[in-house]
Design a protein around this ligand. Structure first.
Ligand SMILES: Cc1ncc(COP(=O)(O)O)c(C=O)c1O
Length: 443
């Protein structure tokens, strides 16, 4: 394939580089819920960037906050020094989560948030004299980013197979919860599958609770294609973890800050994990920012020994970066004014969820469609694979949709939609109509 010389140097992430550089798709601008491509075409951003721009692109309040902050304090070291904004935003996040006593550890990405949470889990048990609790349980099909910890507990084979010798030992995986024969075309949470949480009991019996530090799950699996937890499943996981002294970590990098119409998925499912990892929507992705919300009792377990010594040997140069924090403060005010998720754009996302559900399920029976799922402001359709060409079919539909003015996400045989919270009901319906045309054109 002939690559364009100007595109040579950037080795793009999670991209078919040779194909892309021969057939580039370049974005020039973003405003509101739309991208403008370099050829001038306007495209509806059906995935909020990469699930991360609930307020759309370049919202004035966020842009102004970053601009102002850049002129006041561009960088501040977070090791043994601090700046007021990071403390304000941390406290705002704990309030939004309804966990005012929790602590927030800032990172720069979801992957770093996951690796941080895993380290906290293992170190927590050790600090309490339970040093044998080191094993982490993840789940099949999980996406927890691309750090060595994240791919170890993750369950997407392509993300793991090249790196197997470098991954963390002492990990095991729960089965994923997706079975189209039991939950095909479900709207919201499937009725079937809560019993799959009992697989955790089997793993506990196998490894012994005294060796297990934590279980990490995405409350709704996003990247693998919107796999919605069966009713009762997460509550059962919580119950089993509590019974055995195992920490439960929710990876809310996608679900955090409103994707399900509540502050966190933990609120939506009414299940309280011990830690929550977040990133993306926390600051509308304007400047990289992630973090871990940590239960007070976990934090306190580290607070021993002489008070002039560091308690947790972990952190990033850019933890709590002033620009990222300024963007977060402005974003959170838009998402949940005054810390109240029943107002602002999170509440509006909740109101849009039924519109997306209605629209996306109208694609049932269209050519290529093999399954449809949705929860909150997220939805996915599976397409029938092209024989012998795994992943090709969804890519073809993606291209047809882009041609018609819709950016969706394709992974494997799945197309996902997660529109910005600022979308109008008509924009969501139109996006689905575009997908319908794309399916018909690709068939
Ligand atoms: C659940 C989950 N965890 C972690 C990550 C990794 O985040 P990042 O790409 O910011 O490292 C993602 C990214 O999509 C994610 O969906």
């Amino acid at each position: 394939m002939q690559e364009e010389p100007a595109l040579r140097s950037w080795w793009m992430p999670f991209t078919h580089n040779r194909h892309f550089k021969a057939h580039p798709r370049l974005i020039e601008r973003g405003d509101g819920a739309y991208y403008t491509l370099v050829d001038g075409r306007r495209v509806f951003d059906g995935l909020s960037g990469l699930w991360c721009c609930p307020l759309g692109h370049s919202p004035t309040a966020v842009v102004e906050a970053i601009r102002e902050q850049a002129g006041i304090l561009d960088f501040s070291p977070s090791f043994q020094m601090g700046h007021p904004g990071a403390f304000r935003v941390a406290s705002r996040i704990t309030e939004l989560a309804g966990r005012p006593n929790d602590r927030v550890f800032f990172t720069n990405s979801g992957s770093e948030a996951v690796d941080t949470a895993l380290k906290i889990a293992v170190a927590y048990h050790r600090a309490r004299g339970d040093a044998s609790r080191t094993r982490i349980i993840g789940r099949e099909r999980a996406y927890h980013g691309v750090g060595m910890g994240g791919i170890s507990v993750g369950g997407i084979p392509a993300n793991r197979k090249m790196f197997a010798p470098l991954m963390m030992p002492g990990v095991d995986h729960l089965p994923h919860t997706f079975d189209p024969s039991k939950m095909g075309y479900s709207r919201g949470q499937p009725e079937w599958g809560a019993h799959l949480a009992d697989e955790l009991e089997r793993l506990v019996a196998l490894h012994d609770a005294s060796n297990i530090a934590a279980v990490i799950v995405e409350p709704m699996q996003g990247s693998t294609g919107v796999i919605v937890p069966p009713k009762g499943y997460l509550a059962r996981l919580r119950e089993i973890c509590s019974k055995h002294g195992i920490l439960l970590i929710f990876d809310e990098v996608i679900t955090g800050f409103g994707r399900l119409g509540t502050s966190f998925a933990a609120d939506f499912f009414d299940v309280r994990p011990d830690m929550i990892t977040f990133a993306k929507a926390v600051n509308n992705a304007a400047v990289p920012l992630g973090g871990v919300l940590v239960n007070e009792s976990i934090y306190q377990a580290f607070m021993s020994g002489p008070s002039h010594l560091i308690e947790f040997f972990h952190g990033y140069t850019y933890s709590g970066h002033p620009l990222a924090i300024a963007a977060a403060e402005a974003t959170l005010e838009q998402l949940a004014p005054g810390g109240d998720a029943s107002r602002g754009w999170i509440a509006k996302a909740a109101a849009l969820a039924p519109v997306l559900e209605e629209a996306i399920h109208s694609l049932r029976g269209e050519p290529l469609v093999a399954d449809i799922r949705n929860l909150g402001l997220a939805a996915a359709i599976d397409v029938t694979p092209l024989p012998g060409q795994a992943g090709m079919q969804a890519f073809r539909v993606f291209e047809q949709a882009l041609e018609r003015g819709l950016y969706a996400r394709f992974t494997g045989e799945t197309l996902a939609l997660a529109p910005p919270f600022i979308s109008t009901p008509d924009e969501i319906r139109n996006a689905v109509e575009t997908l319908r045309q794309a399916l018909r054109a690709a068939a």
